[in-house]
Design a protein. Structure first.
Length: 88
């Protein structure tokens, strides 16, 4: 499973993109379950962005979701941290 996260916004307005392929990772099955739960969670469609908040686009095997801080579920936050390698 290929998981890609694009983060934009924030105070500096920089874009950050990271991907990971679960196929050869020892924690691959766990990350796949996390991705499935994260994508099945609530999406903030129609919610207003907050000043200097992050906006995320998450691609998982052809599925795409758009997410915004501070409206992330715990699973969405964990997935973003796992892929970007830093706090969401």
């Amino acid at each position: 499973m290929l998981i890609t996260v694009t983060r934009t916004g924030g105070f500096a307005g920089r874009e950050r993109i990271a991907s990971l392929d679960t196929e050869y990772r020892s924690d691959g099955a766990e990350l796949e379950r996390l991705a499935e739960r994260a994508l099945s969670g609530e999406c903030p469609a129609g919610r207003e962005p907050v000043p200097d908040g992050f906006h995320y686009v998450v691609h998982v095997d052809g599925k795409l979701v758009e997410l915004r801080d501070p409206y992330l579920t715990e699973e969405q936050r964990q997935l973003i941290v796992a892929v970007l390698g830093e706090g969401a």
